[in-house]
Design a protein around this ligand. Sequence first.
Ligand code: HEM
Length: 429
Amino acid sequence: MEKEVPGSAGWTITGDRSLEFANSPLQFVEKKITQYDSHVFLARALNIPTVFVCSNKGVQHILSEKEDSFKMGYRDFGYIHNLFGDLLLFYDDAEATRVRKVISQLFDPLQCHHYIEQVNSIADAFLSNLDSGHPVQLYETFKRFATAVSCKLFLDLDWREDKLQFDTITSIATLHWHGLISVPLSIQITGWSSSFSKAMKAKNYLLEYIRKKLNSCSSNDAPRSFFTVAKEAGFKDEEEASHHILLFVSALIPKALASMLTSFCIATSGLDQECFREQMRASDDCIDDALLEVQRLWPPFLGGRRIAKEDVSIDGYKIPKDTTVAFITWFANRDPRVFAEADKFNPSRFQNGDKEHRNLVWTFGGGKRICVGYNLINKLLKTVCKKLLLKYDYQCNTGDNVSYKTLPVARPRQTVNMTFWSREVNKAS
Ligand code: HEM
């Protein structure tokens, strides 16, 4: 017997909870879960009655088991469409299948191998001086590193070879990004139009840069450059290719990568994790488990959005056709009905009690619409974390008790400084 979703959508505008949610998403959701004693509840967000789904089972239904009952819900979400143009993220059905097929060519095993070689080279140069004697601002350092990686992989721009162009692109990508986040989603504020128009100019600059690269690449490149593959992958036209590449080089992806590298280092730092670091140095499977546990506990993106195409039952609740649904990955990944001691960092859970639950971590989405960069990101994170582990030992200034903010990406609320020591020095002394 299906239950009615508890909660209230309130009145138009006055009942809207967007600001409360945006100010403190975790507290907002936690309060509602407690209030209704339910991981699925109704509230008004972006002035639309929205069902929040925070249970692991509910997110599994939306992303995988009952995914055909939903369409993507991003086209009218804030200003994403204006700032990016047409993207896979906005498509459904046959169009989505077509574009996914095209984009997956950019991430086939051969291409990924080539990307990882580039990541290796950048990591060797960028992360070689973390032990310079001063604590390192962790998230900021990883953000610069991840920006260098995404510029190299997706713009063929190496910060070591053209620092000026790299700095220009980085600051323009930041302007583009500010257009997305400076606009409160439901209301306009002073200064909005100026950030927005700067962001649109930045978008045009980046698109122009990408088009030039697409036009100047040669099919005889060996190994084939990212732009050659993109040009020959089967996009409808140059316009479609350049909009998708714009997403890859947007500031969002380096931020998400930096988020995960930061969380990994914090969770595995300090004396109490010394043994575990040794285990990871000896076993790639152990690094995999640690990274999966990092994904589970600190997903860079809080969640996602869908719209029901038909009446559907989600985790036992009745969701009528046309309902907007927000799934909250952070809570689904920490659902105590699935993961024992769900808030605890415990990578060995994936070898023990939670062995069967490896596929119930929703950080990269799931089902047919799982992140197309998933395999690359997994390999990339493993490569970089392994390098850090083999080269350094590290200790965090805050201990492991770090509080997180989750928007726009999950990261420590306060600056976290990490001290790195070269392991070679330790061994010698
Ligand atoms: C740490 C990094 C990343 C995280 C956490 C992440 C997360 C996600 C998530 C959760 C989705 C699904 C959204 C939904 O179902 O509503 C998604 C989709 C997508 N991601 Fe990623 N992503 C990351 C990196 C990347 C990279 C590096 C690329 C490409 C260069 C990429 C390209 C995409 C695309 C194109 C989609 C849309 C797929 C579709 O709609 O079918 N992502 N990502």
